[in-house]
Design a protein around this ligand. Structure first.
Ligand SMILES: N[C@@H](CCC(=O)N[C@@H](CS)C(=O)NCC(=O)O)C(=O)O
Length: 200
């Protein structure tokens, strides 16, 4: 498998999942400004949407959408427990977090990163702060988002919380959220992914 990624982007989430899953993979960086891969390919020919992540499977198919890619990867290694069994309530809790992260939390960073959305930055920062309140409350009595088990939901949300500093939001004001972020960061495979992407 090959993961198309950009250092520090949301593609860090499938990168961590690949390492946690122990699956063999290669990485190819994408320059999002030029839409060119590090091997000089036109990235639009790989993912017509032009966004990372994209996962090229061994049969040549390309899977996109980070929240779906990480479910696919976690399902390849059920013994690792990165996603609960199909049909279990715990699985729906993971899906609930993935949907929140992709549809609400990540999207509110658009005005932080995109100059053409900058007029909405202050409103977006307020929404992000309210969402941090929400996450912090959800972590009462829990080590991980769904309780006692570390899952792909923790990985994806962790990656997006790394962007809070770009919004000039200090995560330390949320005690449980910042403790949880440190707990995720302490995992050896998370450290490896950060190092591989030159983020430490
Ligand atoms: N819906 C996609 C969105 C991915 C996305 O927004 N990726 C960003 C990086 S975090 C990107 O590639 N942006 C550049 C672009 O869309 O042109 C997903 O969840 O995977």
């Amino acid at each position: 498998m090959k993961l198309y990624y950009t250092p520090g982007a949301c593609s860090l989430s499938p990168h961590i999942v690949l390492l946690e899953a122990g699956l063999p993979f290669e990485l190819e960086a994408v320059d999002l400004a030029t839409k060119e891969t590090e091997k000089g390919e036109d990235y639009y020919l790989i993912n017509t949407k032009g966004a990372v992540p994209a996962l090229q499977l061994d049969d040549g198919q390309v899977l996109t959408e980070g929240a779906v890619i990480i479910q696919y990867l976690a399902d390849q290694v059920p013994e690792k427990g990165l996603i609960p069994a199909v049909g279990s309530m715990a699985r729906y809790r993971v899906l609930e977090w993935l949907n929140f992260t992709a549809m609400d939390f990540q999207k509110n960073f658009l005005p932080v990163f995109r100059p053409d959305f900058a007029a909405c930055r202050a409103a977006a920062v307020k929404l992000l702060e309210r969402q941090c309140d929400y996450i912090d409350r959800q972590l009462v009595g829990k080590d991980w988002l769904i309780g006692e088990t570390f899952t792909i939901a923790d990985i994806y949300l962790y990656v997006i919380t790394l962007w809070l500093s770009f919004a000039e939001i200090d995560i330390s004001q949320w005690k449980l959220l910042s403790q949880w972020q440190k707990r995720v960061a302490a995992r050896p495979m998370v450290q490896k992914a950060l190092a591989d992407e030159g983020l430490q």
